[in-house]
Design a binder for this molecule. Sequence first.
Ligand code: CTP
Length: 404
Amino acid sequence: MNIVLGVGGGIAAYKAAELARALMERGFAVQTVMTAAAQQFITPLTFAALTGRKVITGLFDGQTADSVLASSVEHIRAAQENQTLLVAPATADLLAKFANGIADDFLSTLYLAFTGTVILAPAMNTQMWLHPAVRANVDKLRARGNHIIDPDSGLLACGTTGPGRLPDPAYIAAETSRITAIRRDFEGETVVITAGPTQEPIDPVRYVSNRSSGKMGFAVAAAAAQRGARVILVAGPVNLATPPGVTRVDVESAVQMRDAVMAHLPEASIVIKAAAVADYTVENPPDQKIKKTMAKMSIDLSPTPDILAEVGRNKGTRILVGFAAETQNLVSEARRKMETKNCDMVAGNLVSQAGIGFGSDENEMILVPRTGEPVKLAQAPKPVIANQILDHVLKIRLAVRSGG
Ligand code: CTP
């Protein structure tokens, strides 16, 4: 597996050389990126000699963040999502840049361009580590889904004792292996996932639709495939790339989505209905474009088939997860949908809140399972939420298997 090792400018930078070695022993191909400050503590030559790769030292040494990512993908032929950025030591300065989106050198620019797993191992003086500004930045990064390897307590280079010391390189390497190990816990499952909106034609050039971007459903599909499932993604009209290893079936209308889902239902062991299906469709849309001849016009709409309810009626032993996009009464609405549509769990989100839900890259959800209390998932990038949803699906699977 490919890993980018970002080295920040702290006294612990010397330990990063040993870390590079420990990572290689664990099978990682290491690309080192050093900040200007890091080069005051240790030379790029050390890392180049250890890793066998040219070290990236600045924004202007001929490489861009995109080219590093692109060439790494090419080298290991793995999906970008499977890559890892490990920053050790992560100084207070780097944490502040990452938390606030400042991109003024190669490492901070790479951080913003990076879509894979991010692991940060902070190291600094105890007073700095405990400062509210640093605490706030660390909380922000953690909430964003970055993994933080907390510093050790002990005697620091500055002579004080307390938390702030970079943990042993062997420990950081072991933690990195653990975090990046791809869980294959969906092996043997076939998951049918719906995503995106549907479009209901008014005439050949117009349609009724909604604001769903499909990002949440695509993130669930990507995560399920990564975790070993066979994934059939029934996608409404969205502008998103098919995740690696996923079989995609493109549809437009609710009726087409229903047909695609029902056609694949016999193979499915899990059905996750993230799509925002139009509840109404236009009755008998004309074959020709409607002309602007009327002073006022109205369109008759008739209900679409409720796909989730139909799957619920034919559920068998499958696990069925519905979604509820609400502007109010989230938990009670999610519970009502779970009962009426025979789901095992409903994932609810408040779509009226800025920054989460439709179209955004982050989400905040409440999972309402059939048995047990609702679980709140804190705001996080959709891929993080996707994996949390899958973790809960597995819990249901285990409970079903053990007869609970
Ligand atoms: N759904 C579906 N078919 C439909 C409408 C909705 O399969 N025709 C599914 C969605 O994919 C989602 C769940 O039902 O998983 C809830 O969708 P939502 O639109 O929130 O619920 P509705 O049942 O349409 O209820 P309401 O519009 O009254 O909130």
